[in-house]
Every structure is written in structure tokens, then in C-alpha cells.
Design a protein around this ligand. Structure first.
Ligand code: AVJ
Length: 339
């Protein structure tokens, strides 16, 4: 091997491998179990997209949201800014806000500002990424009349904690923005909304953001941008396994791939093996073999019609109160009320 390339392909020295925040033993055990289940199988190998969001991945995702080709986050933010006054008007009385997968919480600002205008409010961002929660608290902690309580947890556990804590007589508004629900397979999404409904009380609200179906070329540009940020975001999953699971993936032998699956109406992200190769994941006790062009399926981003988004809530114990659609980048925000 060329000495000039050695630094790229050899694993980093132990001193450089310390993550910004070491995973807890439980997180590590979960990651190991998911790596084993997803990579140790015959047939299509898979990894859950939640592992994208370590400190590096969360930062790369923030950059994705700034790319001209990725209109999704800007559409979400535009809509929230526009609908915030009407949303506040529709939700009378004291409101506490819980956000699932808050990210940095930047676009949530408009909703919080409209609501706190009436009375001080509690805001509970729920996220598995401590880095994202830190940014979120920095962004929104300074808003007068808003008290921010970050909840570092998975969605369901976090929401249950918040629902148990809310003061009597307070309505809970759950924000599930950015089309994060698109990461679930369609049946799972419905099941998730059903469970979410179970933790809520009648009169509680859900604001759901869903990216809408649009031309395949537009979607493929959004998920395979010319700067290569999405490629880095995807490849970071292999880098993260090298850092945290003692794996030895050679990143230069893998390529990012985005596919539009027209039948399922989803963008699929894959990591494609550029040659026949082996890799080991030490902590998961995996010795893997990849054929040339074999892929690891890392994400599904389902796309919806506005009617489909409304129907998802209707089938799971919610009524549709309002829906807003962005004209520039088709995206829908649907307001549901639990009944
Ligand atoms: C955060 C799940 C909404 O599906 O568009 C962005 C993640 N993946 N580029 C999306 C993502 C690749 C994003 N979500």
C-alpha cells in the first residue's frame, strides 16, 4: 500500500478513537445487538438509521438541512412559521410542548413563540443525541417565557416520562416534525401513532410533519447531493462502528447510494461494497463477507400524499383539525387532536 494512503485506511490510534461522549453500556449493548441482527443475517443486510446520529452524524445532518438540494427542512420551517399563530389560537388553555427527535430545535422556535405569547410554557425536547439536545437548549433556552427541559431518551420512553410529569389541566402538544416518521415502514408508522395516542389524553394534540411525494429526480438530488454531505452522513455509520464497536471497515471501499423505490414510495439509502471484501466487528463478534455491489440498507425515507398523512392519524385515534401544505417543496403539517 502507498504510504500516503495508509493514514486513510488504517484505523485511527486509540487516542483518536474516543468519541465526544462515550456511549453508556446500555447504548453500546443496543448498538451491538442491532449490528448483530442487521449484519449477521443472510440476505439483505441492514442497520437502523438511528445510529446515524452520533456527534459527527448529527453535525452532518445539520449541514444537509442547509443544502440547496434538500428542501425538506426549509419547507418544514416555512410552514411552522406560517401556521404558528393559528395553531396557538386552536389550542386554548395551558399547553406543554413535547418534541420527538428535536434535533437543534431551530424551527420549533416559531411554535413556542406563538404559544408563550399567551402564558409561560414548558418545552420538553426528546432526543437520543446529547449534542442535539445541547444545541436545542442553547437555541431555545433564551426565549422568554419558555422553560426548556431536555429529555435524553428514545421517543416512547421520553414521551411517557413527559406525559407522567405534566401538570393537571395542561394540554400536551406533541411535535413530530421534519418527516422523521418517514423512517418507519408504513405499518410501523401507524403502530407508532397508535402507541403515541395511548400515552396522550383526549384533547392533546399532535403536529405531524410529512414530506410529500415529488419527482424522483428532485428526491434523488436531495439524498445524493453533489457536495457529498449525504454520502459522508451515510458512510459515518461505518466510521462509527469502527470507533465504537471495534470494527475495521475500509471506508474507501464503500459508496453511498440513494434509490427511489417507486412501488413503496420511499427513498432508500444504501452503503454499497465496491469490491468483494471482509470486515470484522469485534465487539459484536462478527466476521463479515461482502460481495461486490452487495449493500447494507441504512435508511428508508417514505414519502406521502397529504391525504395519506391525514388518514394515518385518523386510523389511530386522532381527528384531523387542520393541514398546511408548502407549495414550493411539497410538504405537509397535519394537526391532530386526540379523541
Ligand atoms: C431526518 C429522517 C427526516 O429522511 O430526509 C436526510 C434523514 N437522510 N438525508 C430524511 C436524512 C438523508 C431525514 N430525516
Amino acid at each position: 500500500m502507498q504510504p500516503s494512503a495508509a493514514w486513510k485506511t488504517r484505523p485511527a490510534p486509540a487516542s483518536a478513537r474516543v468519541p465526544a461522549r462515550a456511549p453508556t453500556p446500555e447504548e453500546l449493548a443496543g448498538f451491538i445487538a442491532d449490528a448483530r441482527a442487521g449484519l449477521g443475517r443472510a440476505g439483505q443486510k441492514e442497520l437502523p438509521p438511528k445510529y446515524f446520529y452520533d456527534e459527527v452524524g448529527s453535525s452532518l445532518f445539520e449541514v444537509i438541512t442547509l443544502l440547496p438540494e434538500y428542501g425538506l427542512t426549509r419547507a418544514d420551517a416555512r410552514l411552522l412559521r406560517r401556521l404558528a399563530p393559528e395553531l396557538a389560537a386552536r389550542l386554548a388553555g395551558p399547553v406543554a410542548v413535547a418534541e420527538l427527535g428535536s434535533g437543534t430545535g431551530k424551527k420549533t422556535r416559531w411554535v413556542l413563540e406563538a404559544l408563550r405569547w399567551r402564558q409561560p410554557i414548558d418545552y420538553f425536547p426528546i432526543d437520543i443525541s446529547p449534542a442535539a439536545l445541547r444545541h436545542c437548549a442553547e437555541q431555545l433556552g433564551k426565549l422568554p417565557g419558555v422553560s426548556v427541559t431536555p429529555v435524553e431518551a428514545a421517543y416512547r420512553a421520553g414521551l411517557e416520562m413527559v406525559a407522567a410529569q405534566r401538570p393537571a389541566g395542561t394540554r400536551l402538544l406533541v411535535l413530530f416534525l421534519g418527516s422523521t416518521i418517514g423512517n418507519f415502514h408504513r405499518g410501523e408508522a401507524r403502530a407508532f401513532l397508535g402507541q403515541l395516542r395511548q400515552t396522550l389524553a383526549p384533547g392533546d394534540a399532535l403536529l405531524l410533519g410529512t414530506d410529500l411525494v415529488k419527482p424522483a429526480v428532485t428526491l434523488l438530488r436531495a439524498y445524493d447531493d453533489p457536495l457529498g454531505v449525504t454520502a459522508a452522513f451515510n458512510l459515518n455509520l461505518l466510521a462509527r462502528m469502527n470507533r465504537e464497536l471495534g470494527a475495521d471497515f475500509e471506508l474507501s471501499r464503500w459508496a453511498h447510494e440513494a434509490r427511489w423505490n417507486a412501488e413503496e414510495r420511499r427513498v432508500e439509502m444504501h452503503l454499497r461494497s465496491l469490491e468483494e471484501q471482509t470486515a470484522t466487528v469485534r465487539l459484536a463478534e462478527l466476521a463479515l463477507r461482502f460481495r461486490r455491489d452487495e449493500t447494507i440498507w441504512t435508511e428508508s425515507c417514505y414519502k406521502f400524499t397529504a391525504a395519506e398523512a391525514a388518514a394515518m392519524g385518523g386510523e389511530t385515534g386522532f381527528g384531523v383539525a387542520a393541514q398546511w401544505v408548502d407549495a414550493e417543496w411539497p410538504f405537509a403539517e397535519t394537526l391532530f387532536l386526540a379523541h
